[in-house]
Design a protein around this ligand. Structure first.
Ligand SMILES: *Cc1c(COP(=O)(O)O)cnc(C)c1O
Length: 425
């Protein structure tokens, strides 16, 4: 941790909070569901109880929104103690407001990490550990299927900082060992990829990375902390666009970085030094979303499975890219490593002209067209995976679509898709 911060400036510089021992932690009861204290409870129970202690807040079920910048000290002695990092309470709104720290604790507890940090967007969360953990002269391996803006950060900024970046076939598995250099510091994974849905063999990749002295970062947004137990698979840092299923209602942008003990100190130091705490209002919304995540995901998954199976039988469809679907690419690995799937999958259509595709998409009644996903509503967009690849090639003959299956009645969604596919002809 930062142990030699200058002590003569503004109060936010005083205290380098750890996520385990933040000022807020001192007011918590020891029986609460926190990182390292998950009591062996099931996932559906953890999302309801983690990071929540009503007795701290007049009995209110949810941790309230604490909006604060300045925190007032009762005496000069207290302020001086705070300047030495020895104060028992919160010292400034940037560190340790309960709405923020309870969300961090809840996410770390649910996924099984040693601590978590929240950031103002999912993109901030995917790029943040790269910035925190890669040093000039290091080499970083990034899955070719990675979320486009994460790749853009590597190209614009990791290279500028003197970090060498190579992209690798997401299906490499143990063969990643052949791409490792003595300077390889990070292997960045995203499984499944959010456009093309390749499932990565994370235990094999983690074993090779660790053998070479590297750490593994996983963009776990698709599976959420419930669907893919990242730390049990050997991952060191799991990142999430909480914007998606954790928020769950298409009304908040938020990111989360959940880490093990090996990586948490360096991440916490940069988080403190950059001052990238998100707003407590957004954290409140994410906490509220988290409470219903298990039940929402079950519905997203069951509807998506039904609709994916229906699409796979349609004459207009070349292939469905949904690892949870029996017979789909990646299904064996998904079955081995995942507890749940979500409502997001790809569809490769048979070749069709732009006008017909526009007729299909422009006329959808229930499926909206727009980026992001993970809300309660269904979405459909075209994707162009071939545009961002460099280590592998993507060659589908027809257009690629990405569907997000929301919480509507699946029969209504199937009817909308049936009408849409008929417009392709
Ligand atoms: C959406 C997304 C992000 C970025 O999240 P934002 O909150 O939109 O910045 C990162 N990774 C994946 C896989 C995503 O789908």
């Amino acid at each position: 941790m930062t142990d030699s911060i200058p002590t003569n400036e503004s109060p936010d510089e005083q205290q380098a909070p750890s996520t385990r021992e933040s000022p807020a932690a001192k007011t918590r009861s020891s029986g609460a569901l926190r990182p390292g204290n998950d009591a062996g409870l099931a996932m559906a129970t953890r999302v309801v109880h983690a990071g929540r202690e009503p007795r701290r807040f007049l009995g209110a079920v949810n941790t309230p929104v604490f909006r604060a910048s300045t925190i007032l000290f009762p005496t000069l002695d207290d302020l001086e103690r705070a300047s030495r990092g020895e104060y028992a309470g919160i010292t400034y709104g940037l560190h340790g407001l309960p709405t923020v720290s309870d969300l961090q604790d809840a996410l770390a507890t649910v996924e099984g990490g040693d601590g978590a940090l929240v950031l103002p967007s999912g993109l901030a969360a995917t790029t943040f550990p790269l910035l925190a953990l890669a040093n000039p002269g290091d080499h970083v391996l990034v899955a070719d299927s990675v979320y486009g803006p994460t790749r853009r950060f590597c190209e614009h900024h990791l290279r500028r900082l003197g970090v060498a970046v190579d992209y690798y076939d997401p299906l490499a598995g143990a063969a990643i060992a052949r791409l490792m250099r003595p300077t390889t510091r990070i292997v960045f994974t995203e499984s499944p990829g959010s456009l093309t849905f390749e499932v990565q063999d994370l235990p094999a990749i983690a074993a090779a990375a660790h053998a070479g002295g590297a750490i593994v970062i996983l963009d776990n947004t698709w599976a959420t902390p419930l669907g893919q137990r990242s730390f049990e698979l050997g991952v060191d840092v799991s990142v999430h666009a909480a914007t998606k299923y954790i928020g769950g209602h298409s009304d908040v942008l938020l990111g989360a970085v959940i880490a093990n003990a090996r990586t948490l100190p360096a991440l916490t130091t940069l988080w403190t030094d950059l001052g990238v705490t998100p707003s407590p209002d957004d954290c409140f919304l994410a906490l509220r979303g988290l409470r219903t995540l298990a039940v929402r995901l079950e519905r997203h998954q069951s509807s998506a499975l039904r609709i994916a199976a229906w699409l796979a039988e349609r004459p207009e469809v070349e292939e469905v890219l949904y690892p949870a679907l029996p017979g789909a690419r990646g299904h064996a690995l998904w079955k081995r490593d995942f507890a749940l799937a979500c409502g997001l999958f790809g569809v490769i259509l048979k070749p069709v002209g732009h006008e017909r595709l526009a007729a299909m998409l422009d006329g959808m009644r229930l499926f909206g067209m727009g980026w992001s996903w993970g809300g309660f509503e269904s979405l459909i967009i075209p994707t162009w995976p071939e545009r961002t690849r460099s280590a592998t090639t993507w060659s589908a003959a027809g257009p690629c679509l990405r569907l997000h299956i929301g919480l509507e009645d699946p029969d209504d969604l199937i009817a909308d898709l049936a009408d849409g596919l008929s417009r392709l002809r």
